[in-house]
Write a protein that binds this ligand. Structure first.
Ligand code: GTP
Ligand code: MG
Length: 216
């Protein structure tokens, strides 16, 4: 155990209760996306969602985030201040699917949208793209209902490709020895990938339009 996680794990039972709650929130959200995907498949014979990932943040990552923000290393503080203890990533085929899927969950009345960040319209300084929704999802327990905070990241396969490799490179790299120009190159790669994303979507739409056109 990393020493910074000690206060979080002091009360092992309370930690397990918390972990179970966030895992349940992740499962509830995953199910919602699965239901939307299968309904879409029945109606339109295609899946807007390529795959879904769900994880509960490790005690080490929770502690690191609290330390970085200068916040107390307690379970209460983590639950109040860390918005992505429960994280669900929805990877879609095309850019339009990202917004379609987001709209479908935004309409669900048992979900409260706390924050919406559109990093597709406005990418990060390094070219990161995704649509983030911080939301509260009800988790029905034996004697009460908890509104559990979770972060949903909705992105295309292409955005996921860039984000996964960039994350890998950033975490493995010794930042002080990063060769000059890497950040600029990363931004340029994100731009090229975004262009391909738009081109794939455009081709898909043209194919669909041709299929729907009446025979000459
Ligand atoms: P917190 O959500 O509290 O961290 O603050 P925030 O809302 O400003 O963060 P944001 O929603 O921008 O980022 C949260 C998550 O998005 C991160 O944990 C990553 O999973 C992902 N993310 C954000 N920026 C990047 C990036 O530049 N590269 C990669 N690979 N992922 C990113
Ligand atoms: Mg966020």
């Amino acid at each position: 155990m990393d020493c910074s996680t000690a206060p979080l794990l002091e009360n092992a039972h309370a930690f397990l209760v918390m972990r179970n709650l966030y895992a349940a929130a992740g499962r509830q959200l995953t199910l919602k996306f699965e239901v939307l995907n299968s309904e879409f498949n029945v109606l339109y014979a295609r899946n807007p969602i390529h795959h879904i990932e769900s994880r509960v943040k490790s005690p080490e990552s929770i502690a690191a985030k609290l330390l970085k923000k200068g916040l107390p290393l307690t379970l209460e503080s983590a639950m109040q201040n860390v918005n992505d203890i429960a994280g669900v990533r929805v990877v879609c085929s095309y850019i339009d699917d990202v917004y379609r899927v987001a709209e479908m969950v935004e309409r669900q009345q048992d979900l409260e949208i706390v924050k919406r960040q559109d990093y597709i319209k406005t990418p990060n300084y390094n070219g990161y793209r995704s649509l983030h929704l911080d939301l509260r999802v009800p988790v029905y327990l034996s004697d009460r209902t908890e509104q559990v905070l979770a972060e949903v990241q909705i992105r295309t396969i292409a955005m996921d490709f860039w984000a996964s490799l960039e994350h890998d490179i950033r975490y493995k790299a010794d930042r002080s020895r990063l060769p000059a120009g890497i950040n600029e190159e990363m931004l340029a790669c994100a731009g090229k990938i975004a262009e391909i994303d738009r081109q794939m979507q455009d081709m898909y739409q043209r194919i669909k339009a041709a299929e729907a056109a009446p025979d000459a």
